[in-house]
Design a protein around this ligand. Structure first.
Ligand SMILES: *Cc1c(COP(=O)(O)O)cnc(C)c1O
Length: 466
């Protein structure tokens, strides 16, 4: 009987995956599949399709973690079933999240006297929403108490990542974004002050501007706002978007004052999955003091007989990223992070120098005064027979993803290319990339492809803040 049955399914047992009936058909793409398939066959079909994605380690566009230690992978596997919102069921995961918040408050120099509060998020975008909401609530409460209108809040930023226009549109706040102008690609105190009034809920400097990698001058802006307060009585808080810089400056430029050392800085967001070195899916928001976060925004969850305050846009969320973040904190400490980030800066410097020496590019950022990234443009009035878009295409033939993009609306004729140097992008890999850039230029020398782009062809605002 059993033998017979085996005979019946013999075909299936012997099938090679690619000789199977399952893989001799085209899988449905847009209609819900009718039939079932054997796991290994379905897996192979999907696994193979994913080959067509770019190789993450060669993706020099992303800010996000693409290399981690095997222990991180192991912890992620162990946590695949943990929901971080179930504080009752997984009290230690909740505890680990809380410890991370305290460690970050400490790293960002929260004063001893402050009752720091904070939370994990899915990334800096969610953290920015929470930071923005806290600013809006605080401003509205104060205006209401003064009997003043609350219908026209505004937020002042430099050239920001897309999460801030999103915050402003979703929550009805006017965005006063300082446009880039000529060589000035970031905010300055003067430009900030021009846009502040008594409806300004806050100013958001970015520590590591998406487009170029530069740090905005948080301390100078804070000083200017102090001056404004002493002259006009306007008390405007700062939220720092430290998506990248929050995990760089404390280790590599500990003397740079951008964090809670400045009393005006009321909240900070950072992406754990960028230079925090955690796998994708974790960010952090930390407030200077519990008073900076209106209690109306906090929901209390019953937890082991007590109340756990939560502030989040999501409910269920994976816990592994938070655990992996904690692993990095314990495993690396300040010294470990410093060594990793310094290696990235050194590689960025090396790349920047070599790219400049090629003679046809002008550097915009080489890592100095910002994040470990290199950005450049073609020198003006050079006729090299290719655009940066062409170079990006050519590098793609070797698997390198080095985006070219145009700048903000009033700067669209400025096309730049940018490389993020992250954990795992070694000096040696960098030297191989440089070889490929040189080979590409030599190729275009023989086979020129493009005239310079006209303004309309240069494309519009590309939010490549990834
Ligand atoms: C990446 C980035 C964001 C968005 O962060 P996510 O973690 O991707 O949600 C916001 N601001 C800045 C400055 C960034 O670099």
């Amino acid at each position: 009987m059993a033998l017979h049955k085996r005979e019946d399914i013999r075909d299936e047992l012997l099938d090679d995956i690619y000789g199977s009936a399952d893989l001799s058909v085209k899988f449905p793409k847009f209609k819900f599949p009718k039939d079932e398939h054997i796991p290994r066959d379905a897996y192979s079909a999907i696994h193979d399709e994913l080959m067509l994605d770019g190789n993450a380690r060669q993706n020099l566009a992303t800010f996000c973690t693409t290399w981690w230690e095997p222990e991180v992978q192991q912890l992620m596997d162990e946590c695949v079933d943990k929901n971080m919102i179930d504080k009752d069921e997984y009290p230690q995961t909740a505890e680990v999240e809380r410890r991370c918040v305290h460690m970050l408050a400490d790293l960002w120099n929260s004063p001893e006297s402050a009752h720091t509060i904070g939370c994990s998020t899915t990334g800096s975008s969610e953290a920015a929403m929470l930071g923005g909401l806290a600013l809006k609530w605080r401003w509205r409460k104060r205006r209401q108490a003064e009997g003043k209108p609350t219908d026209k809040p505004n937020l002042v930023t430099g050239p920001v990542q897309i999460c801030w226009p999103k915050f402003c549109r979703y929550w009805d706040v006017e965005l006063r974004e300082i446009p880039m102008e000529g060589d000035r690609l970031i905010m300055t105190p003067e430009e900030v002050l021009k846009r502040c009034d008594d409806n300004t809920i806050g100013v958001v400097p970015t520590l590591g501007v998406t487009f170029t990698g530069q740090y905005e001058p948080v301390k100078a802006v804070s000083d200017a706002l102090d001056q404004l307060q002493s002259e006009q009585g306007l008390d405007i808080p700062i939220h720092v978007d430290a998506a990248s810089g929050g995990f760089l400056a404390p280790f590599v430029n500990p003397d740079l004052e951008w964090d809670f050392r400045l009393p005006r800085v009321k909240s900070i967001n950072a992406s754990g999955h960028k230079f925090g070195l955690a796998p994708l899916g974790v960010g952090w928001a930390v407030w200077r003091d519990i008073d900076d976060l209106d209690e109306d925004l906090i929901f209390n969850v019953n937890y082991l007989g007590g109340d756990v305050p939560t502030f989040a846009l999501n409910f269920s969320r994976p816990g592994g990223q938070i655990i992996a973040q904690y692993y990095n904190f314990l495993r690396l400490g300040k010294e470990g992070y410093r060594k990793i980030q310094q290696a990235c800066y050194d590689t960025a410097k090396y790349l920047a120098k070599a790219i400049e020496q090629m003679g046809i590019f002008e550097l915009i950022h080489d890592g100095e005064g910002g994040i470990p990234a290199v950005s450049w443009k073609l020198k003006e009035d050079t006729d090299v027979g290719f655009t940066l878009y062409d170079l990006a295409d050519r590098l793609r033939t070797r698997g390198w993803l080095v985006p070219a993009y145009s700048m903000l609306p009033n700067c669209t004729d400025l096309v730049i290319q940018r490389i993020l140097v992250r954990h795992g992008f070694s000096h040696d890999l960098g030297s191989l990339l440089l070889d490929d850039i040189r080979h590409s230029i030599a190729y275009f020398d023989k086979h020129p492809v493009s005239k310079p782009l006209s303004e309309s062809e240069a494309g519009s605002y590309n939010h490549s803040g990834r």
